[in-house]
Structures are given as structure tokens and as C-alpha cells.
Design a protein around this ligand. Structure first.
Ligand code: PHE
Length: 450
């Protein structure tokens, strides 16, 4: 068996796990969902669900990961006593492997769009307009080219291993992305139309809050954005040293992730209304959002257009940073099946990374060739349905299968005064009863009430 890698510092872990969490989910997924699900009402439900469901499950993944020192398939078996529990644990782990591979397959496509727009900004600077049109046109050839390029980069980093690959990449450019988003928020706020955007983003229409679809979308978004249920956080947890305080680490990651999602909403939603004020068509006659997945690729370039010639440079930097944010997430996805493979077969990290990476890239091609039918379907099946259900299974394993003493023991390591904290008093009971009940209630509400 391969020697397990470890993050070399606390900051290394926070940056890597925050790197996993912060990605297309925050800057592409979140604003698109806000725009298509009634603005501020969605933001509110998303925030509540992140706090009451997603964060507790993030903690479950980190604690199980560090305790078991293994991938999700083995981890859930290790914390189970009986044979049946072990079998269900393994089954849940395999399901997670499938879901994370499918997520990666659509993620490569969207990340490819970011790369295409990055090159497009560069061609504008040099005045190569023919290439520029190909890069922004939604075509199969473009989508294939850039999703494969992105797949290649992901595989290359994962094949180099945890500390030398993942940690280094995650720790570099994330702070830059944050600064750029803040500057862009300041810029967009000064444009015509931004005020309407702020209203749509901040003033909830409470009549929309109980819509089953809104709640389910918000739940899926909360799980997707924190990389939950599929074993990414679990495997990163397994690389954390026993000297670290998991409670603090988990809270930091969740705060960074939610913070960046909220900020990218503050950028994209006002930018939508600025584009609208400038004559770009965003809504159809019935007032519904058009463009869906392509929303930010309409809105963001329109914003950069208002900046004159500086816009191309800003666009270039923006899409470079987006590509990197996507990479730090995609590596945490590929790491899940790769870690499982190296820990259960004789394959080396390098061959495992290439084998699985190429396989997932092939699924990505299938999605590109059947884009209209499969793309949305795979997103719905994985993020809206599977991730919350996998989260439910993690609660069951943490709260009912695993021995309580052993959980508490694991949390205590590296966390000196944790016994006095609210977390210590509430969380173990919470993941046992309340968290799974909330997920079940959501499922019930969606199936029967909407
Ligand atoms: N959280 C990532 C994002 O927001 C996506 C992700 C999902 C990463 C699942 C790992 C596992 O982009």
C-alpha cells in the first residue's frame, strides 16, 4: 500500500479544502441558481441549509476521514461493527465514487468554458477576431478541446500527489481571486442598473421560500458548494494531522466557501441588471431567465465591455483565476477514485490518475455529444439528489453505526478545550437525529408537497 501523504501545515489544509469547496459552484452555480430561483429567497434558504445541514455533515466527513485514515469505501467499513453495516458502508462508498466521477465529468465541461473565455480575452488583446468568435461560440469542437485540456491539467496535478501537487496549487492564487472579485463588486456597483440587482439579491420574496424546487435546489447547491457526500472532504480529512483542531478547520472552510459564494452573487446579480440596462437580453417575455448555464458568460463579458480596452486584460485575469479555482476543486474530485484505487490495488498514483482521469474525460465527451439531453440531467441527479442522500448516509454512519466514544476521542485530538464548546455538546446528538430528519423532511416536502 502506498504511504499516506499529509498536509504539511494547517494553512495548507485550509487552503486545499477551501480550494476544493470554492470553485465553479460558487461563481457559476450559485449566481445562476439565485437568478433562476427568485433571487434573495434562494440566498436565504441556501444560507440556512448550509448552516443547519451542510456544515454538520462537513464535520462528519472530516472526523471520519481523519479517524479512519482511508478513502470513503474503506472508511465506512472501518467504523462499522457488524457485517451488514460494513456492506452498506462499502455500497455507500462505491456510490460516492460514481457520483464524484459524474460530477467531475460535467465540471470539466464548464471549466473548459472558462479556459475558452480566457483565451478569448487574450485574442482580443492581440486583435485575432476569427479565433475569438470560435472561442465564444457554443460548439462541440470548442467544448471538446477545452474540457480535454482541463482534464489533462487535473490529471497532471493529481498524479503528483497530495502535498507537492494539491497543496501547492491551492495555496497560491485563491487570495488573488478574492481581491479581484471585491474590486469588480466595487466597479459594478457604480454602474447604471446595479441598484435593481442589489434589490433582487437582498430583498427576499417570502412567498417563494416554500417552493419544493427552491428548497431542493438550495440543498443541492449547499452540498455541491461544500464538496459534500462524495468523499472529497473525507479524503482531505484523512490527510490532516492529529495535532489539528478539526472543529476550527471545518468552520474556516465553510466560512470561506459561503463568503465567496455570497460575494460572487454580489458581483453577478448586479452585473445582470447592468447588462439589462445596457440592452442585453436576459429575461424572456414571461420574465424568466434565459441563458441558464451560460448566464455568467453573457453577463461577465458584457461587464468587461463597459471598461473599454482595459476590459480585455481584466477579463483575462478573471478567467485565469476562475480556471485555477476550478482546478483546485477538480483535483479534489479526481483524488477520491484515485485514492481508492491506489489503496485497494497495486497501481501506482501516476497510472491510477491517468487511468481514471481518461475514463472520466470519456464520460465528459459523451455529455458533450448529448449535451441537451444529458448535461442538465447529470447535474440534477448528482447534486440535487445524490449528494444530499449521501449526506444522509454519512449522518447515519456517524450517528448510529460508529461508536460514540470513538467519535468524541477523534474530535478531542488536537482540540484542547473542545469539551466546553457548544459544538461538543450539540453536534453528536445533532447528526444522529436532527440532520437526517431535516434531509428526510426535505425529501418528503419535495416529493409530496410541490
Ligand atoms: N465544491 C466545488 C465547487 O463549488 C465542487 C465540488 C463538488 C468539489 C464535489 C468536490 C466534490 O465548485
Amino acid at each position: 500500500m502506498a504511504v499516506r501523504g499529509q498536509f504539511s501545515s494547517r494553512l495548507g489544509f485550509i487552503l486545499a479544502a477551501a480550494g476544493s469547496a470554492v470553485g465553479l459552484g460558487n461563481i457559476w452555480g450559485f449566481p445562476t441558481q439565485v437568478a433562476s430561483n427568485g433571487g434573495a429567497a434562494f440566498v436565504l434558504v441556501y444560507l440556512i441549509l448550509t448552516f443547519i445541514v451542510a456544515y454538520p455533515i462537513l464535520m462528519a466527513e472530516l472526523v471520519i476521514g481523519r479517524h479512519s485514515q482511508s478513502n470513503m469505501v474503506d472508511a465506512l467499513q472501518k467504523i462499522s461493527a457488524g457485517n451488514l453495516a460494513k456492506k452498506i458502508g462499502a455500497g455507500t462508498g462505491y456510490w460516492a465514487l460514481i457520483v464524484v466521477s459524474l460530477i467531475l465529468s460535467f465540471y470539466m465541461i464548464v471549466a473548459g468554458w472558462m479556459i475558452a473565455y480566457m483565451f478569448q480575452a487574450a485574442t482580443e488583446v492581440f486583435g485575432w477576431s476569427e479565433a475569438s468568435a470560435w472561442l465564444t461560440d457554443f460548439s462541440t469542437s470548442r467544448n471538446i478541446t477545452f474540457s480535454l485540456l482541463f482534464a489533462f491539467m487535473t490529471i497532471l496535478i493529481v498524479s503528483r500527489g497530495v502535498s507537492s501537487g494539491i497543496e501547492k496549487w491551492s495555496s497560491r492564487l485563491m487570495p488573488m481571486l478574492l481581491v479581484l472579485i471585491l474590486l469588480l463588486i466595487a466597479y459594478v456597483s457604480m454602474q447604471n442598473g446595479a441598484v435593481d440587482g442589489w434589490k433582487a439579491y437582498l430583498v427576499p420574496d417570502f412567498s417563494k421560500i416554500w417552493s419544493g424546487d427552491l428548497i431542493l435546489s438550495a440543498m443541492g447547491q449547499a452540498f455541491f458548494s461544500l464538496s459534500l457526500g462524495v468523499g472529497s472532504m473525507l479524503i482531505y480529512g484523512s490527510y490532516v494531522s492529529k495535532k489539528e483542531n478539526l472543529v476550527v478547520l471545518g468552520a474556516s472552510v465553510a466560512l470561506v466557501d459561503v463568503g465567496i459564494a455570497i460575494m460572487s452573487g454580489m458581483l453577478i446579480i448586479p452585473a445582470m441588471y447592468v447588462a439589462l440596462a445596457n440592452g442585453v437580453t436576459i429575461f424572456n417575455e414571461a420574465g424568466q431567465l434565459i441563458g441558464g448555464d451560460q448566464l455568467i458568460f453573457t453577463v461577465i463579458p458584457a461587464l468587461f465591455d463597459t471598461m473599454g480596452s482595459a476590459g480585455d486584460y481584466v477579463a483575462f485575469v478573471f478567467f485565469v483565476l476562475m480556471t485555477i479555482a476550478a482546478l483546485t476543486s477538480s483535483i479534489s474530485m479526481l483524488e477520491v477514485p484515485v485514492a481508492y484505487t491506489i489503496e485497494s490495488t497495486k497501481l501506482e498514483r501516476k497510472s491510477a490518475s491517468w487511468l481514471i482521469g481518461v475514463f472520466v474525460a470519456c464520460i465528459s465527451l459523451v455529455l458533450i455529444f448529448n449535451f441537451d439531453v444529458l448535461f442538465g440531467l447529470v447535474i440534477t441527479l448528482t447534486t440535487k439528489y445524490s449528494q444530499p442522500l449521501l449526506g444522509f448516509m454519512l449522518c447515519i454512519f456517524t450517528g448510529w453505526v460508529w461508536k460514540r466514544d470513538s467519535i468524541l476521542q477523534e474530535i478531542k485530538q488536537g482540540a484542547d478545550n473542545v469539551e466546553n464548546s457548544v459544538f461538543w455538546k450539540i453536534w453528536p446528538v445533532y447528526v444522529r437525529f436532527i440532520c437526517p430528519l431535516i434531509i428526510l423532511a426535505m425529501a418528503y416536502h419535495t416529493i409530496f408537497m410541490s
